[in-house]
Structures are given as structure tokens and as C-alpha cells.
Design a protein around this ligand. Structure first.
Ligand SMILES: [Zn+2]
Length: 414
């Protein structure tokens, strides 16, 4: 299964590389209209550099996964740690955390190279080595502080409620996820970034006017200092109900005009108004439900744990192995998830066009953002189907302008 996924990933990379090279120096007319020749050339270079880096790291990650699963190091670690407190479950929780964190160590040099070589070479990286290390230390501490009690509770559930533990486990994790949607922007995000309310002024008035016009009750709009790590721009909103918060990256505000920023926010409001948040939550709940059922079934089976050198019936190894191997199955469903996500993007774009009284501002915002991020404007269709959660810029523009023309917008689009 590792080999099958790697073969598919490398095949897609090769297809995409060839597609990008085919258009290098000779962009399709629709793309040539979006960015200038120099930006297009740089985006080709950036895409090819990321592609080369991706091939090496995909092969490396597959080897690491095969080694972690096949070397016997996990059962060895489990046998030692399970002896610490045979009756309690905290040592099992610690085992999962330790194994998951150790398995992440080999890819650290790759993350370093990506940030300080690849991203830096194209002028995106703003992170300092000190900040990079601090981010990882904070992440590890948080994983222990939050992950340990949660895992412990999940593993102890069997002792409390018996065979139905997985149902309760699902409830516990999903409830925790809802709680984190509210707490994350308040407690965790500020550990990594500075969030400040958007200062008084024309932009703030414009954005609040949009929020009122579109029926989006926003208590605050915040600016996050994304520029201290990367030049890539973004906007998002977190939480739900009255805990909803809109966050704009400072890079976004710096790169766009006020009208374009408003159009991007209108797109985000579109996600909310078209009900994408509850839809995504319901999907994620269904997947987690299936995941818990799968872990319970695999742990109880006579082949899953023993196949990897663990005793049958043990829950902690089943959880860990599920974590390591589920991606080998879910990878093949990526196109399905992305199709839904792309449909949502089109809906949010359509909402923004309506809220802005035309597609112009959003189109120019998307063009600017794609140009500044050196996005690949000519991806292979199969590659984008598997990996892209957002439609390619050409498709978004076509959808934005096509319906506007059909809706009697004045025939301004060619
Ligand atoms: Zn979107």
C-alpha cells in the first residue's frame, strides 16, 4: 500500500512537471491575461522547484513509514513502556505520543530545507531560525499538554463503558473539536501570532459595511502578523455562532486594495452564508465516527495488531497503527473531498460577486494573490483533482465572469 500510494504520487508529480514545462515560456492566452510574463516565468520556476523537492521528500517519507512500521521499533517501544504501569492507561497514552513524535523527527531536516532554502530562494520566507525552532518546541509542548490527557481519556474509556467505548470516544473527540474551534483562536493562535483588531479607518468601515449588508454578524475583524513567517497571504474565519471571528493576514491587506480585500472577505462570508461550515463539520463527524468504528474493529481483530508485531486486543497500538496507515487509504479519496471543496469555493465566489455587485474586485484580488504567491497557473487536471482544494484560477475566473455575462451584467467580459 505504501508503494502503491508512492507510485501514484510520483506519477502525478511527473504529469504535473511535464504540463508545466509544456507551458513554460508559452502560457495559454487565458493565463497570459492574468499575470505578466516575468511573474509567469517565476511561477514556473517555483512550481518546478517545489516539484523536485516534493519528489525527494515523498520518497523519503515512504521509506521512513516503511521503516517505522516494519523495523519492529514500535513493538519494542510498546513492550518497554507498557511495563511502566500495567494496570493504568497513562503509559499507553505516553507510548502513542512518544511514537508519533519520534516518527516526525526524520522529516525535520526537510521542513528546514523547505523553509530556509526553497521558500527563501523565492523570497517568501520571513522566519528566522530561532522562530522556527521556537515554533516546533511550542508545538511539541502543546501536543503533550493537550494530546496526553485526551489520549488517556480515550484509552481509559474501555474500562468505564466497555465495548461501546468507541461510540463514547467519538463523542468525546468531536465535542473536544467543537470546543477547540472556539478556544483555538483565543488560546493557541496567540501563542504563535499576534492578533490585533483591524484599526479604525476606511478599510474597517468598508468591511463592517459588507458584513452588515450580507447579514454576517461579525463582532471583530482581526489582523494576524502572518508576515513574520511567510509572504503568502490568506484570510479565514474560525469559531461559530457568536464566537465567530474573521482573521485577515497582514500580508493580504498589504498586497490588495481596500476593494479587493472587501471582495476576499465577501468570499469568506459566502462560505458562512452558504452553510459550508456545518456541512464540513457533519462530514468530519461522519469520518471520525467511521474512524473510531474502524479502530475498535481492527483492535479486536486477530490480524491487525499481530501483523505489525503487537499483541492482539491492545487498543493503544491499534490507535497508533491506524494513525500511521489510514492515510494510505484516504489518499485515494482525496479527489472526492476536493470536489466538494471546489464546489464550495465556486459557491463562495458566486456569493462574493453578488455582494460586490460584479466579479471585477474578486478577479483582480485572485490574480494579484496568485501572482504574489507564484501559484501554478497551468496544473495538470489530474494533479489538481487529487491535490487542489481550490479550483485553478482559470476555472474560477471563467465561472465568475461567465455567469455575470449570462445574468445581463452588460457584456463587459470578452
Ligand atoms: Zn474559499
Amino acid at each position: 500500500m505504501i508503494a502503491a500510494r508512492l507510485a501514484a504520487q510520483l506519477g502525478l508529480s511527473a504529469l504535473n512537471r511535464r504540463e508545466v514545462l509544456r507551458h513554460a515560456g508559452n502560457p495559454p492566452p487565458a493565463v497570459a491575461a492574468m499575470v505578466d510574463a516575468e511573474t509567469f516565468r517565476r511561477s514556473t520556476d517555483y512550481t518546478l522547484a517545489k516539484n523536485r523537492f516534493g519528489v525527494v521528500s515523498l520518497i523519503f517519507e515512504a521509506l521512513v513509514l516503511a521503516l517505522v512500521l516494519g523495523s519492529g521499533i514500535l513493538p519494542w517501544l510498546f513492550a518497554h513502556m507498557a511495563a511502566w504501569a500495567p494496570a493504568a492507561k497513562w503509559d499507553d497514552a505516553l507510548f502513542i505520543l512518544a511514537a508519533a513524535m519520534l516518527a516526525g523527527v526524520p522529516s525535520l531536516p526537510f521542513e528546514w530545507w523547505e523553509t530556509f532554502r526553497l521558500e527563501a530562494k523565492f523570497g517568501f520566507n520571513q522566519t528566522t531560525p530561532g522562530l522556527w525552532v521556537a515554533d516546533r518546541v511550542k508545538g511539541a509542548v502543546l501536543a503533550v499538554l493537550i494530546g496526553f490527557p485526551l489520549l488517556w481519556a480515550l484509552l481509559a474509556l474501555v474500562g468505564w463503558v466497555g465495548a461501546a467505548w468507541w461510540l463514547w470516544g467519538f463523542g468525546l473527540l468531536f465535542g473536544f473539536q467543537l470546543l477547540m474551534m472556539v478556544l483555538y483562536p483565543r488560546l493557541i493562535l496567540p501563542l504563535f501570532n499576534k492578533l490585533t483588531p483591524l484599526p479604525e479607518g476606511a478599510l474597517r468601515e468598508r468591511l463592517f459595511a459588507l458584513a452588515n449588508r450580507t447579514g454576517f454578524q461579525a463582532s471583530t475583524i482581526e489582523v494576524m502578523d502572518g508576515s513574520k513567517r511567510s509572504g503568502h497571504a490568506n484570510a479565514f474565519f474560525t469559531g461559530f455562532g457568536r464566537f465567530r471571528r474573521i482573521v485577515l493576514l497582514d500580508t493580504l491587506i498589504n498586497q490588495l486594495t481596500e476593494e479587493e480585500t472587501e471582495a476576499v472577505l465577501a468570499h469568506e462570508v459566502g462560505h458562512y452564508r452558504r452553510g459550508h461550515v456545518p456541512k464540513m463539520l457533519a462530514t468530519s463527524a461522519a469520518l471520525q465516527f467511521a474512524g473510531f468504528y474502524a479502530v475498535a474493529w481492527l483492535a479486536g481483530s486477530g490480524w491487525f495488531n499481530p501483523g505489525f508485531g503487537f499483541p492482539a486486543g491492545e487498543l493503544a497500538p491499534a490507535f497508533l497503527l491506524f494513525g500511521f496507515t489510514s492515510g494510505l487509504v484516504t489518499f485515494w479519496f482525496g479527489p472526492l473531498g476536493n470536489r466538494v471543496s471546489r464546489k464550495h469555493e465556486f459557491e463562495a465566489d458566486a456569493f462574493a460577486r453578488e455582494a460586490m455587485g460584479g466579479p471585477g474586485a474578486l478577479v483582480s484580488a485572485l490574480r494579484k494573490l496568485a501572482g504574489k504567491s507564484l501559484s501554478n497557473l497551468t496544473p495538470h487536471p489530474l494533479f489538481s483533482a487529487v491535490y487542489y482544494s481550490h479550483p485553478a484560477l482559470v476555472e474560477r475566473e471563467r465561472a465568475l465572469t461567465a455567469v455575470a455575462a449570462a445574468g445581463g451584467g452588460g457584456g463587459k467580459s470578452e
